[in-house]
Design a protein around this ligand. Structure first.
Ligand SMILES: [Zn+2]
Length: 233
């Protein structure tokens, strides 16, 4: 979830510094992946899982529609729900690192940042048996130090271009409309879509609207676009 922090960032933000720390497409602090390479590609990405029920429902939907997606997992939740983390990998989806406990990395020392990122990679390796190569900072918050440490730990940072605001939306239609606004507004780019199958503060967050919005997005775009994972970029 990025709501509170984004609001804070924009408020503070008047300052260029604040804006560039949180704007998902800004390249000021180093290159990050924000779009798909081709204009006919879409990447569905899900943050803050694994999460009871809704991650599993989402996996069923993606399997039915034969769509592969990318999941940025929180290490503590991976340890708490190993079977769901393994089901994500078994479904052919790509797993990325979303830190161990979802802190705002702008507030941590370099040692703290390193610990958060490496603990998450270790949790994923232990539970899923896979080495992670992608990283998304919680709240989209980054600065050169965060990106440098992630790269030193063998991870490539991935941001996004289409924010769906699904953590505060009340219906699936609103989430889908937020995505459409961005995708249809910029057709010459292939978008990376930010969604959430979990809530970072605790397990059990209700993400039924996100699951339903995912179904709507797949139905709307599956003929014109190819859904890809970050591994295919
Ligand atoms: Zn998050």
């Amino acid at each position: 979830m990025i709501a509170a922090i984004t609001t804070a960032g924009v408020a503070a933000g008047a300052s260029l510094l604040g804006y560039n720390c949180f704007s998902p497409t800004s390249q000021l602090y180093g290159r990050t992946v924000t779009y798909c390479p081709q204009s006919d590609q879409l990447a569905l990405t899900y943050d803050d899982g694994p999460n009871d029920l809704h991650t599993e429902r989402l996996l069923e939907l993606l399997s039915e529609r034969q769509v592969r997606a990318t999941f940025f997992l929180i290490g503590n939740f991976v340890r708490a729900r190993p079977q769901i983390a393994r089901a994500i990998a078994a479904g052919g989806h790509v797993i990325g690192n979303h830190t161990q406990s979802h802190p705002n990395l702008l507030l941590l020392s370099s040692r703290g940042i390193r610990q958060e990122i490496s603990d998450s990679s270790k949790a994923i390796a232990d539970v899923v048996g896979a080495n992670v190569s992608w990283f998304r900072p919680p709240f989209g918050a980054r600065r050169p130090l965060v990106l440098r440490i992630a790269r030193e730990l063998g991870l490539k940072p991935v941001m996004w271009s289409a924010t769906c605001f699904d953590w505060k939306a009340t219906t699936a239609a609103v989430i889908e409309a937020n995505a459409r606004h961005k995708i249809d507004g910029e057709r010459r780019r292939g978008h990376i879509v930010l969604l959430h199958d979990g809530g970072h503060s605790q397990l059990g967050a209700d993400r039924s609207h996100t699951v339903e919005a995912s179904r709507l997005l797949i139905e709307r775009y599956q003929r014109e676009y190819r859904f890809i994972t970050v591994d295919e970029m």
